[in-house]
Ligand binder design. Structure first.
Ligand SMILES: NC(=O)c1ccc[n+]([C@@H]2O[C@H](COP(=O)([O-])OP(=O)(O)OC[C@H]3O[C@@H](n4cnc5c(N)ncnc54)[C@H](O)[C@@H]3O)[C@@H](O)[C@H]2O)c1
Length: 333
């Protein structure tokens, strides 16, 4: 039995806690908010983030971050904009033998760092393992069969996470391409927002299929330029996560996009839906694509809508009238 602490009492933190408890481990969830801890403890449910899911009595909750002391594994489960701050608070209690697991998907504003790189800047010694793949919290928590990848430069740590968290409903594959896994998981949220916009505008399946296919192409284009392996983008953390995020109503990115497509302002859409990682990631990915001189036409069009008050009706016409080209990516072969 391992001692596992999860930082973040939101939908994904709770769903991973349920998986870890199911596998027989001692699990504690830390929240920055005493009110959130009290509310969950009173009904054993997070009414706002994961309604209808009963949280097992065996899972502990606290707002005292020193609960990390003595644990074997610390899982980061807060939205990407809070990761650096939360890891800074956690760092004094994290020792080199603890495995730090990142589940947060995004790129840091300004630095363009992936979340595992942000964590590495704050924690110098512990092995870091990234968990990513098609895994809506609403389904993980309800024990629906789910497959994800554990990616790390430290093979032994990734194998420990695989062995520790796998159970009858969560199957974990190993991967050594951390860059590819994290970029796929983060950038797909941009495409999901666009899928929602297409939906809100009343476009059909052809458009969504085109968006997903050309979306993974531009994600892979940036990924390869950043040192990732091309084949990673055709696995669980790439096309797998893209499919689930673009097609499911559980996706908050897609839901926010649908509101934007129906005329709600981007700021209001994000406020209404809550955690919309694609909103922040689009800004960072746009900056990164310019820095790396990598063409990302879909990301660029979304950036104009989100941050330059762009007309939501224009991007499709603009994307459809780009110069004709070959489907094969010359830059990737
Ligand atoms: N929800 C999913 O299906 C899912 C699946 C895979 C990965 N993820 C990733 O997991 C991360 C968390 O997503 P989520 O869905 O659990 O989000 P959420 O909105 O459900 O949860 C957010 C939680 O983070 C904590 N939090 C909020 N503000 C904070 C602050 N200022 N300081 C510290 N903690 C704060 C709170 O405990 C809050 O409940 C995201 O990066 C997301 O991309 C989510």
């Amino acid at each position: 039995m391992s001692k596992i602490v999860i930082l973040g009492a939101g939908a994904f933190g709770i769903s991973i806690a349920i998986m870890a408890a199911e596998a027989g481990h001692s699990v504690t969830i830390w929240s920055a908010f005493e009110s959130e801890v009290e509310s969950i403890l009173s009904i054993r449910e997070h009414k706002e983030k994961l309604p209808g899911v009963k949280i097992p009595e065996s899972i502990g909750f606290t707002s005292d971050i020193s609960c990390i002391s003595g644990s074997d594994m610390v899982v980061i489960g807060v939205p990407s904009i809070f990761v650096r701050n939360v890891v800074k608070q956690a760092a004094p209690y994290i020792t080199p033998e603890m495995i730090v697991v990142n589940t947060s998907k995004g790129l840091e504003d300004g630095t363009y760092l992936r979340m595992s790189q942000v964590i590495r800047e704050e924690i110098s010694d512990s092995p870091i393992v990234v968990l990513s793949g098609p895994s809506h919290a609403e389904e993980v928590a309800r024990k629906m069969p789910t497959t994800i990848s554990a990616a790390s430069e430290d093979e032994k740590a990734a194998a420990t996470v695989q062995e520790t968290l796998s159970n009858g409903c969560l199957r974990i594959y190993l991967n050594d391409d951390v860059t590819g896994c994290e970029l796929g998981g983060s950038l797909k949220n941009i495409i999901a927002l666009c899928a929602g916009i297409c939906d809100g505008l009343g476009y059909g399946d052809n458009t969504i299929a085109a968006l997903m296919t050309r979306g993974i192409t531009e994600i892979a284009r940036l990924g390869v330029a950043m040192g990732a392996r091309l084949d990673t983008f055709f696995g669980l953390t790439g096309i797998g996560d893209l499919i689930v995020t673009c097609t499911s109503l559980h996706s908050r990115n897609r839901r926010a996009g649908t509101l934007i497509g129906k005329g709600v302002s981007p700021d209001d859409a994000v406020k209404q839906v809550g955690t919309v990682e694609g909103y922040y990631c689009c800004k960072a990915a746009y900056g990164l694509s310019r820095k790396m001189n990598v063409e990302m036409p879909i990301t660029e069009e979304l950036y104009k809508i989100l941050f330059e008050n762009g007309d939501v009706n224009k991007p499709l016409a603009s994307l459809m009238s780009r110069p004709s080209r070959h489907e094969r990516e010359q830059t990737l072969v």
